[in-house]
Design a protein around this ligand. Structure first.
Ligand code: AHR
Length: 494
């Protein structure tokens, strides 16, 4: 029998709500069609932002939204995206499909989206092809309250008061699409660019340096050694790709049992990456002042057959939901260093929350994980002891179950459990040590009968959460029976 002891009276830190963040890039149909349809669209919208997507995303209580890229950020020139829309410059989105970008969704539209979602903006500036002055003026445009060329321009464009902007990225993937730089060179550029990203009035920027790709520990070492005193966060990008990035990533829906387990193993690799990058950071920052910001993560499969290869459109199944749950458990575990994470990406791109097709919209299995897990936001991580069997599949060392628990301000405990097995029901005995008597318990489950179960426009509710009651309660013990391929959230009141 699998055993879990939850020490309800031992808190290990706060699970920053920002790990439940999102990332929306000018890529494929994420911004255009997925979020922005324009004020004249037949799709119901609020000042150009489609209402159905807005409503769906509001429900997730998104804490922070990263924009405009990604690779797009390092060729984005913000001045092209302000002022009357009909006069805005049209450009080629060279990274993503070579399509025309009409700049109709710019700074004002993004800030409006954040206001409507009640989330914090996280803006990524252009280091790769932009100047220091351009980045500096963007910050002035957004945050300066008073008389200045940029603040006056903002007012002319209809926004009197400055916006509050905390999270600011100084470039993206500068080892690759953001300029193909060496870490030494980028570290110097980071130092220079961030100097002129000023704090105006009481606005305080939280500056995030472009971090490593996967296991490029030398990048983290160099950045920490040379620039950590000037940053608040350092990023890390890692995607779960069952196949090979260049030769074939694997299909989002047509995958074997073997690929299921490879995907799980690759998702769990995030733990090793965070541990090793954090260890390097500890050397230069033992107080953990600088956060690790995982501002791109999620599954990356081959695009859906027949779709534009530059649009990164993929379906989303119960496998993606489990990958998301595993990532959250890992981020919780590292709450002392990981302050923010942003899944790639919000709509129609990679591991999306929602998919759209013209006027239609559906919620993906991943959406429901964000919804179920939001109870962990800003709650205290509880200490756990586990004794969990491994899945009996040759060549894989995977635990049957992944678990995490938190306690919120009202003393309510939330326990999330995830069964990675494809066919085995798994029983778990949970002891809530430190709890005298459980007064109330309820559960919610996301599961499916097929490993590629997903929501389609023909059947948009094939995978959705249900009420969960497969548990028994004896004093401070809960015995839970987890169906294969399931994610469960238990809410417990003392
Ligand atoms: O999320 C898609 C792309 O992946 C981003 O633009 C880039 O930063 C990363 O390589």
């Amino acid at each position: 029998m699998n055993k879990v002891i939850i020490n309800s009276d031992i808190e290990k830190g706060t699970i920053s709500k920002h790990i439940y963040g999102q990332f929306a890039e000018h890529l494929g149909r994420c911004i255009y069609e997925g979020i922005w349809v324009g004020e004249d669209s037949i799709i119901p919208n609020t000042k150009g932002i489609r209402n159905d997507v807005l409503e769906a995303l509001k429900q997730l209580q998104i804490p922070v939204l990263r924009w405009p890229g990604g690779c797009f950020a390092d060729e984005y020139h913000w001045k092209d995206g302000i002022g009357p829309r009909e006069n805005r410059k049209r450009m080629v989105n060279t990274h993503w499909g070579g399509v025309v970008e009409n700049n109709h969704f710019g700074t004002h539209e993004f800030m409006l989206l954040c206001e409507l979602l009640e989330c914090e903006p996280y803006i990524c500036g252009n280091v790769g092809s932009g100047t220091v002055q351009e980045m500096s003026e963007w910050v002035e445009y957004m945050t300066f309250d008073g008389e200045s060329p940029m603040a006056n321009w903002r007012k002319e464009n209809g926004r009197e008061k400055p916006w509050k902007l905390k999270y600011f990225g100084v470039g993206n993937e500068n080892w690759g699409c953001g300029g193909n730089m060496r870490p030494e060179y980028y570290a110097d550029l980071y130092r220079r660019y961030q100097t002129y990203a000023r704090n105006y009035g009481d606005n305080r920027l939280y500056k995030i340096a472009g971090g490593a790709n996967i296991d490029d520990y030398n990048w983290t070492e160099t950045l920490m050694e040379r620039a950590s005193s000037l940053m608040d966060g350092l990023s890390l990008h890692y995607y779960t790709i069952p196949g090979d990035f260049w030769k074939g990533k694997g299909s989002s829906l047509q995958f074997s049992e073997q690929e299921w387990f490879i995907t799980m193993q690759k998702a769990l690799y995030m733990d090793e990456l965070i541990t090793k990058h954090s260890t390097i950071m500890d050397k230069y920052d033992p107080e953990k002042r600088v956060s690790l910001i995982i501002d791109e993560w999620g599954t990356w499969f081959d695009v859906e057959p027949g779709t534009n290869p530059g649009f990164l459109y993929q379906q989303n199944s119960i496998r993606d939901a489990i990958v998301a749950a595993l990532h959250f458990h890992i981020f919780h575990q590292h709450c002392d260093r990981v302050h923010m994470a942003n899944i790639a990406q919000t709509v129609n791109v990679l591991q999306a929350m929602v998919l759209t097709e013209g006027e239609k919209m559906l919620k993906t299995p991943t959406y429901y994980i964000f919804d179920m897990f939001k109870v962990h936001q800003d709650a205290a991580l509880l200490s756990l002891e586990t004794d969990i069997e491994n899945i009996a599949v040759e060549d894989f060392h995977l635990p049957k179950v992944s678990v995490s628990a938190s306690k919120n301000d009202s003393g309510q405990i939330h326990i999330s459990l995830c069964n990675m097995s494809l066919s085995e029901k798994t029983d778990v005995n949970i002891q809530l040590r430190g709890v005298n008597k459980i007064a109330e318990i309820s559960g919610e489950i996301l599961t499916a009968d097929y490993r590629n179960a997903h929501n389609s426009f023909e059947n948009p509710e094939a995978v959705k959460p249900e009420n969960f009651t497969e548990f028994t309660l004896i004093d401070q013990f809960i015995e839970v029976s987890l169906p294969p391929m399931s994610i469960i959230m238990l809410s417990v009141k003392e």
